[in-house]
Design a protein around this ligand. Structure first.
Ligand code: G6P
Length: 609
């Protein structure tokens, strides 16, 4: 979703802003713009299109090399992507420029009031009301003006504001949309995410809801909503700058697929010590778990798919009832959460608006919140009773790969831990699971190395297809959902995931000569039944690509192509199956000439509901 960068320093702001915005491209956007403070005047350039388009525009129509400015990439919500709706937005008197990430839910009534007062609007955006409100509310004290304006807004926002009366500073404020502060030498920044500032500083502050920032080149002051100064510890970003760059790979998606062995190792190994699972910082006691009557897993997108694998896993090993919900549905369906409910929230970014809102809803109902998050200090992490971090490192490609894999590993650890704590698992199974969880990083590496060339060839061969069906039973079905999403989101091939046994209740009518069916057949207890389903589609002309554990020879006879994964505990196969499925999605997208890291209409961090 929208990206914000603000800079106050000694070098020309435009270059710094464009560089910062380019590091936020992964968030997904359709327009871009900048505003700089040229003396006592704000100069703005903005347009529909990519940052490269804006850069060209700035070459032919440059702004002054001013050292202070704000920039924005827009992912359209209110009003279509066009030049006028792009950010920044200016107040009618030209005194204020504002960039915004989020949604102002009460913008329509504010706009109506302002129009009644004679204010003229240029755009269809919700954001423009903020610029006009700033003008109306201006008291001479810029901080107070921004605070008073923010108080009139309902919804979510991270704002960066320039004001001609205070040309040496940027004011920023956030509520339910991410914003960080970067602290440099003689230069300071605001940004939606760390990669935007990483080439210039590793020192940052995370901001909490309703906190305001006053930023000049010489310093950063943070205030509470009551405008009381706040002292915050300086955080140092420890990950390598290269982690947020392609580092020689053609795309972030393939780089991140290849990083999975390391990400899995980093997530799993600190959690197993002396043959036992150690969940750092988990305050849930044995008594809490004994009193837990049910678990809700709540998430969006691929994180929701992790939840489905986790449901099969936890119910099988720990015998605790688990419900999995899409965050956008959970909140509005009167979920039965009470103080005996454990709510597990899964989110890579920790900022997904629906997931955050579902968390708050569950918390207000008395649920105990455990979150699995990749971004340290994110809103979801801050709001939870317990947080377990996946150590995947920054994930930039819109289509998640290493975050999914590490979330899955984390859920295996949690499920096994709950089973052990509640005495629902025998020692031999516990040891066998732990031993095989430990092997996952190495086995994922093997899967990648053995299958890379073959999958690339398969993708080239099938690049013409427009439809694909993914089938599987039980855990295989759970992986089929993620596998299908991986294909459709980056390659734009229409694909669907079906529980293999359900196919004949309707969808099998779509199978005809040459239809591609990807069969996930690694769940050994149901292998025979899955084979029957493969035969059903095969006899109707489908081309079948099967993913099976090594040695499952029975599937070979009924499949056209086989992808093998190494043998593992039957409940852990999803971790190995998903990897070739990610690779198939990636290589199909390449073969079809798609923009893999920035698929159309998608955003990495979905900060609007
Ligand atoms: C977007 C991303 C998905 C992700 C989902 C949830 O749709 O493109 O890859 O799974 O949001 O995001 P989260 O950050 O909460 O895991």
């Amino acid at each position: 979703m929208c990206g914000i960068v603000g800079f106050a320093g000694n070098s020309p702001a435009v270059e710094v802003l464009l560089d910062g915005l380019s590091k936020l491209e992964y968030r997904g956007y359709d327009s871009a713009g900048i505003a700089v403070m040229d003396g006592n005047e704000i100069k703005m350039r903005k347009m529909k299109g990519r940052i490269a388009d804006l850069t060209k525009k700035l070459e032919s129509d440059p702004v002054a090399p001013a050292p202070i400015g704000i920039g924005h990439t827009r992912w359209a919500t209110h009003g279509k992507p066009n030049d006028v709706n792009s950010h920044p937005h200016m107040s009618g008197d030209g005194r204020f420029a504002v960039v915004h990430n989020g949604i102002i839910e009460n913008y329509a009534s504010i706009k109506e009031d302002l129009i009644a007062q004679g204010v003229q609007f240029a755009s269809e955006t919700d954001t423009e009301v903020i610029a006009h409100l700033l003008e109306k509310n201006y008291t001479g004290d810029i901080l107070e003006t921004v605070r008073n304006t923010a108080r009139q807004l309902e919804g979510s926002y991270a704002l960066g504001v320039l004001c001609t009366e205070h040309p040496d500073r940027i004011i920023a404020v956030r509520k339910a949309s991410p914003l960080i502060v970067g602290l440099g030498e003689g230069e300071n920044f605001i940004a939606s995410d760390i990669p935007a500032v990483l080439s210039r500083t590793r020192k940052i502050h995370h901001l909490n809801d309703n906190e305001l920032v006053e930023l000049t080149k010489d310093g950063v002051r943070i205030f509470s909503e009551e405008l009381q100064p706040i002292e915050k510890p300086v955080e140092t970003v420890t990950w390598d700058v290269r982690a947020a760059e392609k580092d020689g790979w053609p795309h972030f998606m393939i780089k991140e697929i290849m990083e999975q062995p390391t990400a899995l190792h980093d997530t799993i190994s600190p959690r197993i010590a002396d043959g036992e699972i150690v969940l750092d910082g988990l305050s849930l006691t044995k008594k809490d778990l004994e009193e837990t009557s049910r678990i809700y897993i709540v998430a969006c997108g691929s994180a929701y798919h992790v939840g489905i694998v986790a449901k099969y896993f936890i119910e099988k090993v720990a015998r605790v009832p688990v419900e999995v919900d899409l965050a956008s549905e959970f909140r509005y369906r009167a979920p039965m959460v009470d103080d005996k409910t454990l709510v597990i929230i899964i989110s890579q970014s920790g900022e997904t608006a629906d997931t955050l809102a579902a968390l708050k809803e569950a918390k207000s109902m008395g649920g105990r919140i455990l979150s699995i998050v990749n971004v340290v200090g994110s809103s979801i992490a801050n709001e939870s009773d317990d947080v377990l971090y996946t150590w995947a490192g920054p994930e930039i490609a819109v289509a998640t790969t290493k975050a999914y894999s590490t979330q899955l590993a984390m859920m295996y650890l949690i499920g096994t831990y709950i089973a052990k704590t509640l005495g629902r698992i025998d020692d031999a199974t516990y040891r066998a699971l732990l031993a095989d969880i430990r092997k996952l990083p190495e086995q994922v590496k093997e899967v990648i190395e053995k299958n890379n060339d073959f999958i690339k060839k398969l993708a080239e061969q099938f690049s013409y297809i427009e439809h694909a069906y993914y089938i599987g039973r039980n855990l295989d079905y759970a992986v089929a959902m993620e596998a299908s999403l991986k294909l459709k989101e980056v390659s734009y091939v229409h694909s669907e995931a079906y529980a293999a046994g359900e196919l004949k209740h309707g969808t099998i009518s779509l199978i005809e000569e040459g239809t591609l069916v990807v069969a996930l057949a690694s769940h050994m207890p149901l292998l025979e039944k899955t084979i029957s389903n493969i035969k059903e589609v095969k006899s109707r002309g489908a081309i079948v690509l099967t993913i099976a554990q090594e040695g499952a020879t029975a599937v070979e006879d009924c499949s056209d192509y086989i992808l093998n994964i190494p043998a593992t505990h039957e409940l852990l196969a999803p971790s190995l199956q998903v990897v070739p499925m990610q690779m198939l999605g990636y290589y199909m997208a390449i073969a079809r000439g798609c923009d893999v890291d920035k698929p159309r209409n998608l955003a990495k961090s979905v900060t609007v509901e």
